[in-house]
Design a protein around this ligand. Structure first.
Ligand SMILES: *[C@@H]1O[C@H](CO)[C@@H](O)[C@H](O)[C@H]1NC(C)=O
Ligand SMILES: *[C@@H]1O[C@H](CO)[C@@H](O)[C@H](O)[C@H]1NC(C)=O
Ligand SMILES: *[C@@H]1O[C@H](CO)[C@@H](O)[C@H](O)[C@H]1NC(C)=O
Ligand SMILES: *[C@@H]1O[C@H](CO)[C@@H](O)[C@H](O)[C@H]1NC(C)=O
Ligand SMILES: *[C@@H]1O[C@H](CO)[C@@H](O)[C@H](O)[C@H]1NC(C)=O
Length: 672
């Protein structure tokens, strides 16, 4: 009996009990994937389409490990794995604890501990160390960290396997610590370019030449050690050129690299299958011309690689690569860079993308996937994508969203449904060049050249807010409702920040000090503090929780200090000097006041000062001053509550009365 016969049963996804799904998925998974992967494609050839969902439902981005999971304990992992099972995920990364194995491998090769410490980054940046983008930054990685992660990985693997999922393990991609050069002076390595505005003290990693015999020695040694520790399900992930320009565009070189990676996998596991992110092709399209893409993909036997079309909802690569030149691929929704808060999504392309890809001539699509860099935002997009993993054709979005609102709150409420229909139609209906980031001025370093353009009609969000405030009386007891109420209020306030910013700018440019003081005063002394208190009332939006989870991983004061720096730096400067400034911005209670708020306050003061003294505003000078504020936040030593404070419903009502655009009189609170 095959899982696909149960597909109609499972269309509801989240309703179904974990155990039921687990039993079904367990039954269905063809664990023995060795040999020609086209078996997997062929498996469905004669099954009526409506009976059978695509083979894989994949989950995770290599970056999710750092942006979201970095501080997780087992309890949090357990919940996530349950959610994965409920959603029918059957293929997911299991990257935890790999540094513990690498540490062992490097020591056995003859590197010493200081050479290893110069290599690994701190915990919150490991994703980019693993892809060869970064070394050393925010490290060294404590011994206790590795032990704890090793222990977590045991539990993660045991649970994923028991629920019938295929965990994807890491493999060697070719990057090595500098210490390799001391131990093996004749090894042929080349240095890649710098990455993400980091200089070569933290980037420019060393890449082993694929033809160098050490490539196979190291790659196979690592994988053997990993398999000895954890066992294997035969699918491995490695990214050699993620956002990194290869040394040569010669197709022979590129297929040599992918062949070397693959052979080092089969050296340890003859049935190995390589799962690779296809992001590189989209990221550097000038380099990755058809000949280069084909060479890299075809360096591996057809069917022994699965490519993740990583952001297929906005930049599908299969379209211009003849479906990855015959290698199987998974259609993935990336949706979010850096785990930003902010409501956005591209529902139409998510809804139509998978079936379009399946109907593409000679399509090699073998599944759908979720590849957000960070989670815990915009649940609706992930529920939608999960639902589509079980369908062959697009669904009726307005109907689906109405059912979603009812399922989510456990009650049918016309206002809540109306709110969701407005959100679907506005923030979630991004088309054309879509957002994957929160671009609001709120969460970026102030300047006079900020973009406030939106892809939707702001009134729709204010109206959805109004409707949710009206639904609070009936639905206020639902924690999911309260979360959404905070989130939509947050979005409305973020829009207001954009409006106040424009007023500030206009007042400054027309030399009107009173207007500048008014708009700046409201923003800095009322709107942002109110937003901070709103966020502080919900446990999902707390800086204190993020920091406390980091602290909880520490086994000494020194570690606690290091993890605190990691946790704060990732959200803000992202690097020593603001290298990837605000990329992973979050609207957290605590962060809004002490980081974004202080920054806006400085900006308004600088503009006031400029008008007062008749001297021009210099962005460069402001940037230098504001950098001290940003850095100051990281080292402020302040503790933030990890428990919510205040009554969300009351706070929302107060903010609504003050800030809901249009006539306040029209709205009678509670009875609205
Ligand atoms: C590791 O080797 C380097 C290079 O020989 C040396 O400078 C360093 O002191 C050594 N570190 C340890 C901990 O032995
Ligand atoms: C070293 O590696 C580079 C690039 O991988 C290659 O072009 C070069 O020929 C290699 N040198 C030797 C001596 O093998
Ligand atoms: C699909 O594959 C067949 C057989 O290899 C080939 O003849 C045909 O041209 C392909 N179609 C397209 C649109 O690539
Ligand atoms: C999204 O916008 C397009 C027009 O840009 C429209 O055709 C489509 O119906 C909208 N979808 C939803 C769900 O509102
Ligand atoms: C936005 O929506 C409001 C309320 O429905 C409407 O009055 C307004 O004309 C819309 N604005 C645009 C630019 O479509």
């Amino acid at each position: 009996m095959h899982l696909c016969h149960f597909a109609p049963l499972l269309q509801g996804g989240p309703h179904v009990l974990v155990s039921l799904v687990a039993a079904l998925t367990g039954l269905a998974l063809q664990r023995d994937l060795g040999g020609d992967f086209y078996q997997v494609l062929g498996m469905f050839a004669n099954v009526p389409p409506f009976l059978c969902p695509p083979r894989f439902r994949y989950y995770q981005n290599v970056c999710t490990q750092s942006y979201s999971y970095v501080w997780w304990d087992w309890a949090r992992w357990e919940r996530e794995i349950d959610w994965m099972a409920l959603s029918g995920i059957n293929l997911a990364l299991a990257f935890t604890g790999q540094e513990a194995i690498w540490q062992r491998v490097y020591l056995s090769l003859g590197l010493n501990q200081s050479e290893i410490d110069e290599y690994f980054t701190g915990p919150a940046f490991l994703a980019w160390n693993r892809m060869g983008n970064l070394h050393k930054w925010a490290g060294p990685l404590p011994h206790a960290w590795n032990l704890k992660q090793l222990y977590l990985q045991y539990r993660i693997l045991e649970r994923m396997r028991s629920l019938g999922m295929i965990p994807v393990l890491p493999a060697f991609a070719g990057h090595v610590p500098q210490g390799i050069l001391r131990v093996f002076p004749r090894v042929n390595v080349t240095r890649l370019g710098s990455w993400g505005n980091f200089d070569c003290s933290y980037s420019c990693s060393y890449l082993l030449d694929p033809q160098d015999p050490m490539f196979q020695v190291i790659g196979t040694l690592f994988l053997k050690e990993l398999i000895k520790e954890f066992g294997t399900d035969h699918i491995y992930s490695a990214d050699t050129f993620n956002e990194m320009r290869p040394l040569s565009s010669d197709p022979a070189y590129l297929s040599g690299v992918s062949a070397a990676v693959f052979i080092s996998m089969t050296g340890a596991d003859p049935r190995a299958l390589w799962l690779m992110q296809g992001w590189l092709f989209h990221h550097q399209p000038d380099f990755w011309q058809p000949a280069q893409v084909r060479a890299l993909l075809q360096g591996v036997p057809l069917g022994r690689m699965i490519v993740l079309d990583l952001a297929a909802e906005s930049a599908p690569v299969y379209l211009w690569t003849e479906s990855f030149y015959g290698q199987p691929f998974i259609w993935c929704m990336l949706h979010n860079f850096g785990g930003n808060h902010g409501l956005f999504g591209a529902v139409e392309s998510v809804n139509h993308g998978p079936s379009d890809a399946r109907h593409f001539p000679n399509s090699t699509m073998v599944g759908t996937g979720l590849t957000p860099e960070g989670i815990e935002q915009n649940d609706v997009m992930y529920e939608l994508m999960n639902e589509l993993g079980w369908r062959w054709e697009p669904l009726d979005l307005p109907l689906w969203i109405a059912n979603y609102a009812e399922r989510r709150y456990g009650a049918k409420n016309a206002r809540a449904i109306g709110a969701w229909q407005l959100l679907l139609h506005s923030v979630y209906n991004c088309s054309g060049p879509c957002v994957n980031h929160n671009h609001s001025p709120l969460v970026h370093r102030p300047s006079l050249r900020m973009n406030t353009e939106l892809w939707y009609n702001k009134s729709d969000v204010y109206e959805a807010w109004h409707l949710l405030v009206g639904a609070a009386e009936e639905l206020g007891a639902s924690p999911l409702f309260r979360y959404d109420l905070v989130d939509v209020t947050r979005q409305a306030m973020q829009q207001l920040v954009g409006d106040y910013y424009l007023e500030i700018k206009q007042a400054f440019q027309s030399h009107s000090l009173p207007d500048l003081l008014t708009a700046g005063g409201v923003l800095v002394y009322d709107l942002l503090p109110e937003l901070d208190s709103l966020l502080s009332s919900d446990s999902h939006f707390l800086l204190g929780r993020w920091l406390e989870e980091a602290q909880a991983m520490a086994t000494s004061d020194k570690e606690a200090e290091l993890y605190d720096l990691n946790a704060r730096n990732q959200l803000t400067l992202w690097g020593p000097t603001g290298n990837i400034l605000d990329y992973a911005n979050k609207e957290f209670g605590g962060l809004v006041l002490d980081y974004y708020g202080v920054r806006w306050s400085l900006f308004v003061s600088a503009l006031v000062e400029s008008l007062n003294t008749g001297t021009p505003f210099h962005q460069d000078q402001f940037n230098q001053a504001v950098f001290q504020v940003e850095r100051g936040f990281i080292y402020n030593g302040k503790r933030y509550s990890s428990k919510p404070v205040g009554d969300t419903l009351e706070i929302v009502r107060k903010i609504f009365l003050k800030y809901y655009p249009g006539c306040m009189q029209r709205i009678r609170m509670g009875a609205a």
